[in-house]
Design a protein around this ligand. Sequence first.
Ligand code: GUN
Length: 299
Amino acid sequence: MSAQIIDGKALAARVLDKVSEAVEELKRKHGLTPGLAVVLVGDDPASRVYVRAKGRRTTEAGMKSLEYLMPADATEDELLARVRALNENPDVHGILVQLPLPGHIDTEKVINAIAPDKDVDGFHVINAGRLMTGQKALVPCTPRGCVLLARQARDDLTGLEAVIIGRSNIVGKPLGQLLLNENCTVTIAHSRTRDLPDVARRADILVAAVGRPRMVKADWIKPGATVIDVGINRIPAEEEGKTRLVGDVDFAGAAEVAGAITPVPGGVGPMTIAMLLRNAVEAACMQNSLPLPKALADI
Ligand code: GUN
C-alpha cells in the first residue's frame, strides 16, 4: 500500500486564506485590526527565523505585527515588565514569548504572566485548565494543527483509537484532550511505556511527538492508519557537512503501511504558524465580545 501524503503546506495556505478573510471582515464590520506581539529574548538563529516568519505571515494576513527583540542578558523582571505592558496595550490581542528562554529566566513564570485571553500559544495554566474542563480556551497551535491534518484523511474521528507518543505540555497532553473532544479513544504513550510498538500498532491515528529521528518504524503502524509526525529533527545529510530535516517517523517505510501520513518538512510545521494567526483572531474577538467570523468556523 502507498499512503496518501497529507499536504500540510497546502492546508496551511488554505487556513491562512480563511484567516485573511476573517481579518478583513473584522476590519470592515467592526473597525478591528487584530494585533500580534512576539517577544524574542536573545539571538538564537532558529528562533530568529521563526520570529521573522511569524511577523511576515501576520502582516500578510492583514494583521498588525509587533516584534520586541530583547538581549540575551535581559533580566526576568525586564521580560515580565514587557509582558505586563503588552497585557495593558489594547492594540495587542495576542502575545507570544518565543521559547526556549535563556536559562536564567523562569519560563513558567513568564508564560503565566501573559493575560490568559492574549495567550495565543495556549500555554497559560488557565488555558490548559479551560481546555481540560471543556471551557472556551485558547488551544496550543501544534495540537490544533494535528487535528485538522488528521481530519484531512478521515472526516469523522469518532470512535477511533488514537495513540500519541509524547506527553509534553505543548503537544502530547493538549492533543490528547483535543482528540478526546473528537470522540477518539486516547492513549498517551511515552518513553516509559512498555511494549511501545504494540501500543502504537493499536492506533487508527498515530501521532509521534518525541523528538527522536525516525523512531517510529513501519512495523509499529497498523495498515491503513493515519500517521501524524510532529518531529522536526536535524540530522547529518549524506553530503559532507550538510544537514537535513527528518521526522520522528521512518517516512519511507511508514508510507508503505499507513493509509495517510504527514511528511517532514511540509506536514505539521506549516500548520503551527497558521493556527497561531487563527488564535490571534480568536483572541481579538474574545477581547471585543465578538463571535468568531464564519470563515474560521471549522478551523
Ligand atoms: N518555539 C518553537 N515553537 C514555539 C511555539 O509554538 N511557541 C513559542 N512560544 N515558542 C516556540
